[in-house]
Write a protein that binds this ligand. Structure first.
Ligand code: RIB
Ligand code: CA
Length: 311
C-alpha cells in the first residue's frame, strides 16, 4: 500500500539524507508535498536546500512549499554549528532549476489533509513543529483527519543535544511541539534515545561512498561533514542520523521498538525549556496517542538507507 506523505523539514544535513530516502521510494511513498520551516538555518535557505536535494534526486515532480520563518513565540535559534552556513555542510551548491511553489506550508498541510480521506495522509516532521502547529490552529479538523505523524524530536534517557535537557527541534519551538503533542493526534516520536543508536561511523560512510549514484555521493559528503563535526564538537563515535530514522520508520516500522507514553513539553522554564517529559506509567496504555521509540535496528536502518541510495 502506497503511503501518502507530507514531509515537513528544515534541511539540514540529516534532513537532506532523509529526503533522498523518501525521493527514492516512489513505489512506497506518494510524496504529496515537501514543506520547509526555519530551523537548522533560516527559512529561505531550508527551502532552497530542499530544492537542491530534490534536483539531485531527480524528483522535480514533487512540490515544495516554504513555511514558517520564525517559531510561534521564541525567537529563531538556528543550529548552523552542526549544518554549516549553507545548511548542507560542505556539499557543493547550485541554484536549483525549479524553486518552491506558491502557498504557505501551513495552508498546504490543511488543504492536503482536508482533501484526502480520514487517516490517509501521513506526516513526517524533522524540524521544529511550527508549520504543523499553525496548521492545527488554522483548521483543528485536521487533527482528527490526519493519519500518523512521525516526529524527530525530544529526549528522555539521552538528555539534550542543544542544552543539557532539550533536543534541538523541540527546543527551537517548544510551544509548537506542545500544540502537536497535546492535540490528541497519533504520533510516533523518534527522540535522541533512539537516534543516538543509529550513527554513521566511518565504515558505514565508506559503504555509502562506494554507491555510484548522485544521491549516495551527496549523502556520503553530508554524513562525512556531520561526523567530522560530531567528532570535533561532541567527541562522538559518528554522527547520529536523526531524521533518516523518521523515513526509515515509515518505510520499515519493524526496525524500531515503540512504547506508549504521555509526552509533555516544558515551555516556560529558562533552564529546561524544550525538555520532553516522557511518562511510560499510564493508567490505560491502550488509549495512548503518543508512542516513544526506544530501540532501533541500526544495521537494518543503514541497510535500508544504502538500498534506497543505490536506486
Ligand atoms: O536534534 C536533531 C534534530 O535537529 C535534527 O532534525 C536536525 O536536523 C536538527 O534539526
Ligand atoms: Ca532536521
Amino acid at each position: 500500500m502506497v503511503t501518502k506523505l507530507i514531509f515537513d523539514c528544515d534541511p539540514g544535513v540529516d534532513d537532506a539524507v532523509a529526503l533522498f530516502m523518501a525521493f527514492a521510494a516512489p513505489q512506497d511513498l506518494e510524496i504529496l508535498a515537501i514543506t520547509t520551516v526555519g530551523g537548522n538555518v533560516a527559512a529561505d535557505l531550508t527551502a532552497r536546500n530542499a530544492a537542491i536535494i530534490r534536483q539531485i534526486a531527480g524528483r522535480e515532480d514533487v512540490p515544495i512549499h516554504a513555511g514558517a520563518k520564525v517559531p510561534l513565540i521564541r525567537p529563531p535559534l538556528d543550529a548552523g554549528d552542526f549544518h554549516g552556513e549553507s545548511g548542507l555542510g560542505a556539499l557543493p551548491l547550485f541554484a536549483p532549476t525549479k524553486g518552491v511553489e506558491e502557498g504557505h506550508a501551513a495552508n498546504v498541510i490543511v488543504d492536503l489533509v482536508m482533501r484526502h480521506g480520514p487517516g490517509e495522509v501521513t506526516l513526517a516532521v524533522t524540524g521544529p513543529c511550527t508549520n504543523l502547529a499553525l496548521a492545527m490552529r488554522l483548521e483543528p479538523d485536521i487533527i482528527e483527519r490526519l493519519g500518523l505523524i512521525v516526529v524527530m524530536g525530544g529526549a528522555r534517557r539521552e538528555g539534550g543535544n542543544v542544552t543539557a535537557s532539550a533536543e534541538y527541534n523541540i527546543w527551537a519551538d517548544p510551544h509548537a511541539a506542545e500544540v502537536v503533542f497535546s492535540s490528541g493526534a497519533r504520533c510516533v516520536v523518534m527522540g535522541l534515545d533512539v537516534t543516538h543508536q543509529v550513527r554513521s561511523d566511518p565504515a558505514r560512510i565508506a559503504a555509502i561512498a562506494a554507491i555510484d549514484t548522485p544521491a549516495a555521493q551527496a549523502s556520503a559528503n553530508l554524513l562525512a561533514f556531520s561526523s567530522a563535526l560530531e567528532r570535533d564538537i561532541v567527541g562522538g563515535a559518528g554522527a547520529p542520523i536523526h531524521d533518516p530514522c523518521v523515513i526509515a520508520y515509515i518505510l520499515a516500522p519493524e526496525l524500531f521498538t515503540l512504547r506508549p507514553c504521555q509526552l509533555k513539553v516544558e515551555t516556560s522554564s529558562r533552564l529546561t525549556v524544550g525538555h520532553t517529559a516522557v511518562e511510560f506509567g499510564l493508567q490505560d496504555p491502550a488509549a495512548a496517542r503518543i508512542f516513544w521509540a526506544t530501540h532501533a535496528d541500526a544495521d537494518g536502518v543503514f541497510a535500508l538507507l544504502n538500498e534506497l541510495l543505490a536506486r
